[in-house]
Design a protein around this ligand. Sequence first.
Ligand code: ADP
Ligand code: NA
Length: 330
Amino acid sequence: KNKKRVFSGVQPTGQMHIGNYVGALSLWVENQKKYDNIFCIVDLHALTIPESIEPQYLRKKVKQVAALYLACGIEPEQSTIFVQSHVPQHSELTWLLNCVTPIGWLERMTQFKSKSKKLESVGTGLFDYPVLMASDILLYKTDLVPVGEDQKQHIEITRDIAQRFNHLYGEVLKVPEELIRKSGARIMSFDDPEAKMSKSTGENKKRHAIGLLDSPETIRETIMSATTDSNRETRFDYASPGILNMLTLYQVLTGQSRAEIESHFSDGKYGKLKKELVEVVIETLKPIQKKYNRIINEETYLDDVLKEGEEKATEIAVDTMDNVKKSMGL
Ligand code: ADP
Ligand code: NA
């Protein structure tokens, strides 16, 4: 089998939302059979802005994300699922790549700029986040990285780091490519359609996001109160950001064409769009929630899946580290 290798991950922070599902997880599941997949729960990344210093908190979040991977349709028979910190080679490669990464490249990262602005004290780890992410990807000789739009710049720097390493030490690292949805790669929040839906905001602000575990009542309240406008415009090319966001969600979740959707909502009544989107989201999340509840109550099953994933991931990671170290004279 000569399948291309896919690597991607989610941080165990906040509440996983419909944006994570549309932009990342649903794409992983759609392509699962086509590729050789590695899906990681990136707990080391979660430490860059810790939500709590309670060890139990992070442990619980890691389990939640792992269970959501499975609930969304990632199958352990098809894909390797593991926790980043269980494979120490991620941290080890990060140090080596730090030594070939100019700090100017990191200073340009927009995510660092926006995240650090909100903090009183900025950890070195937040600044170095892109190098850890490059290590995650490069460790597995990855061909494709399916992510949302917000990660585009991080994939570009990963390519730059790999190319610089190869230039200095020989052709050791595979240079990966991004896999980004044409539509749905950047789901906006319901309360402020200028802002990306994000996990940490979603946990603290009502009506910002739809969590994958939200109840039908919460989903209904969030969508029905979403920010709209007075234009009555339901065509993709002309809609305001809030309406475009709902049309896009509707499109990705139903699989219908833009033309079909535009003609269905051609009367320009936003109430109809909202009501039907509520139903589509509830129907999408119902089986996911059912499966999640089953998995999360079966502690050993999840541990077994993650243990097996760790073993498979380690095998590849060790091989890459051998080549990297040899090429650097270590
Ligand atoms: P968040 O930014 O919400 O904290 P992560 O950084 O853990 O989430 O990202 C997990 C995956 O979900 C990444 O592939 C990311 O690009 C994708 N993603 C995050 N937010 C969105 C969004 N609003 N729309 C589409 N994809 C998203
Ligand atoms: Na993100």
